[in-house]
Design a protein. Sequence first.
Length: 152
Amino acid sequence: MVLDDLDKKLLKLLQEDSKQTNKALSNALGLSVTAVYERIRKLENNKVISKYVALLNKKQINKDFVAFCHVKLTQHTQDYVVKFEKEIRKLEEVLECYHLSGDYDYLLKVLVKDMSEFREFIVKKLTTLEHIGSTHSMFMINEVKHTTAVVL
């Protein structure tokens, strides 16, 4: 799908606040409410917009201990990779998981309450998964930049 300038402006506005009304969006874009509605539907149907979410304040929900875990598998067979990825998707503490090139196979972003809860996660969940050769963890000191917006 080719995005025109109005689609890009609309997506920027929705990324800033997806709860804006179509009327507010139409005023900002100089389009009719119907035109905005149709553009949003087109963007959703073409999977440009995949979902709408609420971003939570980690401190307010008492889950602001962020850790990044490198994971190395014992082997890189398709079976091991598929099993690991299936199991990692089930772990609610894991916010993000990326298959990487380099020294480690995966990078996990983990969110928990505190160091004690992180230890519990590592000991009772992560390292009990099959085919993990080693892990290496780092902890967030300060969040310098965090955005979900994609610049078009």
